[in-house]
Structures are given as C-alpha cells and as structure tokens.
Design a protein around this ligand. Structure first.
Ligand SMILES: O=C(O)/C=C(\CC(=O)C(=O)O)C(=O)O
Length: 304
C-alpha cells in the first residue's frame, strides 16, 4: 500500500551527531515510536496524520548510536489500535524493547496475554484532540481495570489546560499512571503559576503518578533548537523539567520521542537532544534514576 505523507511533514534526521553527554550504562529511551513501514504495517484509516516510515531497524541503529541499552516503544496514533508494528519491534529486539499499546474495549483476554508475552507493559490513553477521536471515559476505565492484574500501567497524553477536567478520571485509575511530556505545559506561563502548580500537585498528591520529562523540542518557544552543534537547547523548558526531576526523582522517565511526529518547524538532531538531559538532571544520581533505575523498575522489574 502507498501512503502520502501529510503535507509539510518533517522526516527524522538520518545522521544524528554523537552526544556530548555520555548516557549512564543501561540507559533506557523510554519514549519512542515506530512508524510502519506502511507497506508492511499499514497506517490506520482513522489516523490524523500520515508520517514518513521509521522502522525498527532504524530505531535500533539510533539506540546504539546514542548509547542507549533499551527502548520503550509507545504506540503512535497513526497506527490506531493496530499494535503490529510496535509488537514486531519488541519481538525483534531480543528483549531490549518493551511496548505500550493502544487497545479498545473489544480486546480479548487472549490478545492481552499475547501482547504481554511480546513485551507490552502498558496502555496509552490519548486526550490530545488533534491526534484522536474522543473515547468515552467508561470504556477507558474498563480497559484500565482489565490491564491492572497484568501489572501494566496507563500512559496518559493530554495538554495542560485539560488537566482540571480530566483530574477525577486520572485520579480514579487503578494502576501506575505515566504522563507524557509533563502534561504539555505552556512554558511561557510562570513555573509557579496555577497551571504548572496543578500539575505538580497532581504528582504530589498521587504517589502512583509518574512523568516523562521529555519533548523539550515540542514545548519550547524560544529554543535555541538542537541543531548546528547547539548544546544548550530549549532553555525555556529546562526549569519546568528540572523542577519535576528534583521534586520526584523516583518517578520520572526520559525518551527521545524519535521519529518526532508532527514537528512543524524543525527536526532535532537526536545527538544534541541527549545533551538536554544534564541540564534537567544535574547530578549522576538523578541521571541514573531518570535513565536507568526508574524505567527498569517499570518495564524490566525482573532484571532489577
Ligand atoms: O509522539 C508524541 O509523544 C507526541 C505526538 C504524537 C503522538 O503522541 C502520537 O501520534 O501518538 C504529538 O504531540 O503529536
């Protein structure tokens, strides 16, 4: 099947530089995706964008180039609830990748068990309106209750302005809950203003809530961008991510977000993106927790 990329689509960088920051041994890229390839794993009819292909071999090459040991492959909305590309990547990784799936309430227990055997350890609920159609909350809660006995967690993706409306639903979830990209704060607003304070309270009051402190390239308005050798990129995001890392060092994760869907104005150099990490996790201990201990506890507890 032939797919036409969404007009203006930016492809991932084929030759990322070597990071200046040396990742700790055993580091996990805890948020990345595979796209197709579409000819093998067709994009979902209900998708809101059509990406460039970005297959497992390219993801594993990036992992090795950057110095990561493992990946967590998160189901992207362009594949809907068809988890085949993600599952194929997990199975082909030789145990070095775990997955986060998207499922509907029609999923059978047998299918959940097969996903578990392939390496899936969570489901993703997406509330970003430009990415997905609305799914009723009772359906999501039903799914959360069914995956809880497997020891899985729920990954949630939403924008900061929507947290008040989603609060009761999120706090009713029976599992560990992992927030993508700090709930997408508006980094032009004050770090101690009501919006980000609500997110901090969400984590403070709910010990089961974790956050990915990833995607500065999506949240930044000032840059500078991780391009042209820049090693001090996305400065406006640093205080937000740093606050979360320092307040909740045992409940944070980081990922590249490769192949960086839906970026509109630039495509980061993944090597330079790694150099963002020491700005938000400034000690070796914080870095080890963020990149090794926390993701291992969540995705490979048997190896801890
Ligand atoms: O990759 C991300 O984390 C963010 C995305 C895409 C996404 O989540 C998806 O398509 O599933 C975004 O903000 O467009």
């Amino acid at each position: 099947m032939q797919f036409q990329k969404t007009p203006g689509w930016l492809d991932w960088q084929a030759r990322p530089s070597k990071p200046g920051f040396r990742l700790p041994v055993g580091a996990v890229d805890a948020h990345c995706h595979v796209f197709g390839p579409g000819a093998e794993f067709p994009y979902a009819p209900e998708r809101k964008y059509t990406p460039c292909d970005a297959g497992k071999g390219q993801l594993f090459a990036l992992r090795d180039h950057l110095g990561f040991a493992r990946n967590v492959v998160v189901q992207a909305t362009c594949h809907g609830a068809d988890n085949r590309a993600m599952v194929d990547a997990c199975k082909a990784s030789g145990g070095k990748a775990r997955g986060v799936a998207t499922v509907r309430r029609s999923v059978t227990d047998r299918e959940l068990q097969d996903l578990h055997a392939a390496g899936v350890r969570g489901v993703r609920f997406n509330f970003v309106k430009r990415l997905v159609d609305f799914t009723p909350k009772d359906e999501l809660l039903e799914i959360a209750k069914r995956i809880a006995p497997l020891g899985w967690h729920v990954v949630i993706y939403f924008e900061a302005v929507d947290l008040p409306e989603l609060w009761d639903f999120f706090t009713a979830l029976p599992t560990t809950v992992v927030v993508d990209h700090m709930g997408r704060p508006d980094v032009t607003k004050p770090i101690d203003g009501p919006e980000f304070e609500l997110f901090v309270k969400f984590m403070r009051d709910n010990a089961n809530v974790w956050s990915k402190v990833s995607c500065p390239e999506r949240l930044s308005l000032t840059g500078p961008k991780a391009l042209n050798g820049e090693r001090n990129a996305y400065r406006d995001v640093v205080p937000f991510a740093r606050r979360i890392v320092e307040a909740f060092p045992d409940r944070v994760l980081w990922g590249t977000d490769w192949p960086h869907p839906n970026l509109k104005d630039h495509m980061p150099d993944d090597g330079l993106l790694i150099d963002f990490i020491p700005h938000i996790a400034s000690t070796a201990e914080l870095q080890r927790k963020l990149l090794v201990d926390n993701p291992m506890r969540l995705y490979w507890p048997e190896d801890c």
